[in-house]
Design a protein around this ligand. Structure first.
Ligand code: ASP
Length: 465
């Protein structure tokens, strides 16, 4: 017999079905009756084991079954009596009368209760046993929401002629702003790959490659001191387009977010459409920050207040008195300031094409129109005080690529974890990342990071200090 998902039982009254799943909750009623809430990925269904109906092998199994045991049950779906209806359960109109009952695997007593909300359980314990926590309703719902959001984004972008392209994970160190994770090369002694802090350069090179519209559900890696809600690896919906202006990218993202909310979380309301736009200056003056929370009612769990922040300064002063970029060295200045940039005049006043999308007070993504001419990128690097040798060693490949007919291009990278966290009304992104790290970047489930044998280190030419 093929297996039936638990939720499908509501349409199979009178039929014999085979179910699989975990014993979510067991209630033994007197000598003859045992109720088991059987849980599978689709949900929970009540199984009634009336002992006189069972053969000897099944009887033994029913007597032995414990919480979270893995089961295979064959039985008949029947309508519940009027008084037994449970409107809080999707399968609350039916139950399954067991005919045969098999334990496929036992389960030790779990370190916390899976049939209750686990949010109050010690987080280190939850993270160590993430595979158990994933069985809980809360994390299970978040996994499903994540799948829906990502599936929506993929479909939306494919409909608009974007290509999903995978870019390398082992790459070259880039001064994009964050500290990178290093991967020592075994074959090339003393040399390192790094893990990408974002696919920024690859997606720009894909534009040079004529891809025109690229996206990727991209993992990004940043080796930063963990501030609160950061994760060393996180996911962006990374995208880039050729032959566009700032308006084109912003309009596309706005349309995508509105459609996504309608499709995936129709119970939510977007406060204002089109999304309000604030200049960085306005935002700082009015709200004292560049990610203002514009919600009229901050207690409304279904209210989403998107806005855009634009016109950021391109450069800021470094502690040493030089200049550095505020967002991204690859951004272009706004069209009115391009000449100023090329002439290196009034550097502090130059505005970048950077646009940040903000949602309920969180930065939900950022992007810009890029410099597609080698001259303009070179000028930015000069302003930042790079000498010709540094420019060539760190950015030579980009400058060269731009000299081969690079189209005008721009993009953005919405942060998927943050967006899902807000949609799920979760207090932090760890609740919506399937297998997250702790606040101090440890994977408690796998036990990473970990020490490695000396031989393994010496193979990659590493000697510990
Ligand atoms: N690469 C940028 C980031 O990670 C996003 C972008 O400009 O597209 O923030």
């Amino acid at each position: 017999m093929t297996r039936t998902w638990n939720v499908q039982t509501i349409n199979k009254v009178g039929e014999t079905v085979k179910l699989n799943g975990w014993a979510h909750c067991i209630r033994r009623m007197g000598e003859k009756l045992v109720f088991i809430d059987l849980r599978d990925r689709s949900g929970i269904v009540q199984v009634v084991c009336y002992k006189p109906d069972l053969d000897e092998v099944s009887l033994k199994a029913v007597d032995e079954v414990g919480g979270e045991y893995v089961l295979e049950i064959e039985g008949v779906v029947q309508k519940r009596g009027e008084k037994q209806l449970n409107p809080d359960m999707p399968t609350g109109t039916v139950e399954v009368a067991a005919k045969s009952f098999k334990v496929l695997n036992t389960c030790k007593t779990p370190p916390f209760e899976i049939d209750k909300d686990t949010i109050g359980v010690n987080e280190e314990l939850r993270l160590k046993y993430r595979y158990l926590d994933l069985r809980s309703e809360r994390l299970h719902k978040n996994l499903i929401l994540r799948d829906k959001v990502e599936t929506f984004f993929r479909g939306f972008l494919h409909q608009r002629d974007f290509l999903e392209v995978e870019t390398p994970i082992l790459t070259k160190g880039t001064p994009e702003g964050a500290r990178e994770f290093l991967v020592p090369s075994r074959i090339h002694a003393g040399q390192m790959y790094v893990l990408p802090q974002s696919p920024q350069q690859f997606k720009q090179l894909l534009m040079v490659g004529g891809v025109e519209r690229y996206f990727q559900v991209a993992r990004c890696f940043r080796d930063e001191d963990q501030r609160g809600d950061r994760q060393p690896e996180f996911t962006q919906l990374d995208l880039e387009m050729s032959f566009v202006e700032r308006e084109d990218v912003m309009n596309l993202i706005e349309e995508m977010m509105i459609e996504m909310v309608k499709t995936v979380t129709p119970e939510k309301r977007i406060q204002q459409v089109p999304f309000p736009r604030l200049s960085y200056k306005e935002s700082m003056e009015k709200y004292g920050c560049d990610k203002p929370d514009l919600r009229e009612d901050k207690n409304d769990p279904n209210l989403l207040a998107f806005c855009w922040v634009i016109d950021f300064p391109f450069f800021e002063k470094t502690e040493e008195g030089g200049w550095t970029f505020t967002h991204n060295p690859f951004s272009a200045a706004i069209p009115e300031h391009r000449e100023q940039l090329m002439n290196q005049e009034n550097i502090g006043d130059i505005l970048t094409t950077q646009y940040d999308i903000v949602l309920n007070g969180y930065e939900a993504g950022g992007g810009s129109i890029r410099n597609h001419s080698a001259d303009a990128l070179h000028k930015v690097l000069e302003i930042m005080g790079f000498n010709e040798e540094q420019i060539q060693s760190q950015f030579g490949h980009m400058l060269e690529a731009f000299s081969f007919g690079a189209p005008p291009h721009g993009g953005i990278a919405p942060g998927i974890d943050r967006i899902i966290m807000i949609l799920a009304n979760e207090p932090n992104i760890r609740e919506v990342i399937p297998m997250p790290k702790t606040g101090d970047a440890r994977d408690l489930m796998m036990g990473a990071p970990s020490e490695l044998p000396e031989k393994t280190l010496s193979d990659v030419h590493i000697k510990l200090k």
